[in-house]
Design a protein. Structure first.
Length: 203
């Protein structure tokens, strides 16, 4: 006698996850996404990121008190979009700024030697001779003028070298003006310190 037929079908064994599926799940967890995505979220294909950059991002997020890398990444992307900024240009501008500072310091190092060897001794000589009334006013003013010209060569050399380098770069006008403003402030600070030093020596 045959057994009665039933409508139930035998259950299939559960399919094991492939290595590719496991990798996708792991990558999703790195991006801060759960296995069930929310409706207003988009699933992004896995992006290979430099390990050192990823480490720095995680550390930065931790320092800022941002709990997940997902939140950090979303807000970082939104920041550049809202401000209309080009992240590639930002990195390039930082490199150019560092090169400008390096070049500026190199020029300053040379001119500071000129300052120590010529400007300060000249000023002391002019002051002493003027104080002792051993030199005419015209000659004294002429020497003072030479001293000032030598001092402001700093500003001229930095301006020319910076303008030349920025001219061949592809930075925006706003970035270039920012770099020039920083250079101008640097020069003005040095000139102010130099004049204070002269006043101190005069006393």
């Amino acid at each position: 006698m045959k057994p009665p037929k039933t409508n139930s079908t035998p259950k299939r064994p559960a399919r094991r996850k492939t290595d590719g599926q496991k990798n996708k799940q792991a990558q999703a967890s790195v991006l801060g996404k759960s296995s069930i995505e929310e409706k207003d979220e988009a699933i992004i294909k896995p992006i290979n990121v430099n390990a050192s950059i990823l480490k720095r991002c995680k550390q930065h997020a931790k320092e800022l008190g941002i709990k997940t890398l997902k939140e950090y990444t979303e807000n970082a992307l939104l920041y550049f979009v809202k401000n209309g900024m080009n992240p590639c240009e930002q990195l390039h501008s930082e490199e150019v700024s560092k090169e400008v500072v390096r070049m500026r310091n190199h020029i300053f190092s040379f001119l500071q030697k000129q300052e120590q060897q010529y400007v300060l001794p000249l000023y002391k000589e002019v002051f002493t001779q003027g104080k002792n009334a051993e030199q005419s006013v015209d000659t004294m003013l002429e020497q003072m003028e030479k001293m000032i010209v030598l001092l402001f060569r700093i500003q001229q050399m930095i301006h020319v070298s910076t303008s030349t380098m920025l001219h061949v770069s592809d930075l925006s006008a706003e970035t270039i003006n920012d770099i020039k403003a920083k250079n101008q402030a640097f020069v003005e600070t040095h000139v102010s310190e130099f004049m204070k030093k002269l006043e101190s020596d005069q006393k």
